[in-house]
Design a protein around this ligand. Sequence first.
Ligand code: GLN
Length: 220
Amino acid sequence: MTNDKIRVCHLYGNLLNTYGDNGNLLILEYFAKKRGLDFDIQLVSIYEDFNADNFDFVFFGGGQDYEQQIVSRDIQSKKEALIHYIENDGVFLAICGGFQLLGEYYISAKGEKIEGIHALPHYTVSQDNNRFIGEVEIFNQEFNETYYGFENHNGMTYLGEGERPLGQVKVGYGNNGKDQTEGVIYKNVIGSYFHGPLLSRNENLTHRILDMIVAQKAKV
Ligand code: GLN
């Protein structure tokens, strides 16, 4: 393993990639290269193994309910390896549908239960004939940072024990439109409903993620 290369897994990047979620990887690559780090992206999709030892960073984007169904069925075979990666402090960014699938389940707009991998204890229910759409702004007190984005989701997510929100909602809906939480932080996992993509509008978060990756690589 070389220390000057970030080995990236783009999980189901060919199925879950709405609103240009993969732009997050372009931004990370841009700033990684500025730090003199190479950036190597490997797509891991259906019928393929996820090997936790092969990666320094995992990115999991969002998508429509139909694609989420397909991914939900396949990802159960990768569940153990993904939980192992997360519990060993692997750095992970999950957006919207990806964020939902890391949790217990997602009830789709049609009322079907889409199973998550239970890596994190949040769950997502659907709202009737409505979506949370629009600009969103949140504040993270721990880091004293504000993040800006765009959200578009039917799901209402409720965080569980041991999960902290990525920020407190100042503008927009966030996880569920009720408790003012947006996204999640658990170990080195960051989840969010922000599309847009998240990192192009939030350079502070991009540097935070790169710092996490570098710190984690230094440990191994
Ligand atoms: N299909 C999910 C929802 O509507 C996720 C949407 C997304 O990833 N944008 O809540």
